[in-house]
Write a protein that binds this ligand. Structure first.
Ligand code: ZN
Length: 205
């Protein structure tokens, strides 16, 4: 077992560990991560798909449905949108979501783990720039077969009840600061509903 403690401003190996598993796992990996904005991880997932290697990716859509003036859109980061656009019915990248739309069935999928047949990575770290480079966090990587089996079992249980993301693809849009016209400064999970570049406050519904 390996444990990494992340601290603001201190170099760490967490991102490398995550990307290494994405890049080096031949067989299926299962990912359940609540918040996703990191460009290098998005690129790694997309490359993995282009290489024909399978990924099951479970999104939290309960907390990222935060549109302005509309009730049924899903708003995601620019990087996550790249991953979503890469996925299709005929690729090895399958995406499902929890917590979609209906407030009466709010389900906050708050996990942060990735599991292959050989290794599981879990901890407090979301796949966001803030988490990986600016927060106090922990990340554990282990090849403990019992833990791996339990994480796979839990993932598959959630996966089987999760919803397909693509039925309303037109209703997914990427979040963008209307002032900067960019999404890089927007990370609701870490900083709340403001643009960290210009200070624009989002009007949430
Ligand atoms: Zn802005």
């Amino acid at each position: 077992m390996e444990i990494i403690f992340l601290r603001p401003g201190v170099e760490n190996e967490a991102l490398n560990e995550i990307i290494s598993v994405i890049n080096n796992t031949e067989r299926i990996i299962r990912v359940a991560v609540a918040y996703f904005t990191h460009p290098q991880i998005a690129t790694a997932l997309i490359n993995r798909n282009k290489q024909g290697r399978r990924t099951h990716f479970l999104l939290n859509t309960s907390d990222i449905i935060r549109p302005v003036g509309a009730s049924s859109e899903i708003v995601v980061s620019k990087e996550l949108m790249k991953v979503i656009n890469e996925a299709d019915y005929n690729t090895e990248l399958k995406i499902k979501s929890l917590g979609l739309r209906s407030r009466g069935r709010y389900q906050n999928m708050h996990h942060k783990f990735m599991v292959s047949d050989d290794v599981v990575i879990f901890g407090s770290v979301n796949w966001t720039t803030a988490a990986l480079h600016g927060n106090y966090e922990c990340l554990i990587k282990t090849s403990d077969i019992e833990l791996i089996e339990k994480f796979i079992e839990e993932f598959d249980e959630i996966w089987n009840h999760a919803q397909e993301l693509y039925t309303d693809k037109g209703q997914i849009r990427r979040i963008m600061c209307p002032v900067c016209e960019d999404s890089e400064g927007v990370d609701f999970e870490s900083y709340g509903p403001i643009c960290t570049y210009c200070g624009h406050k989002f009007n949430l519904v």
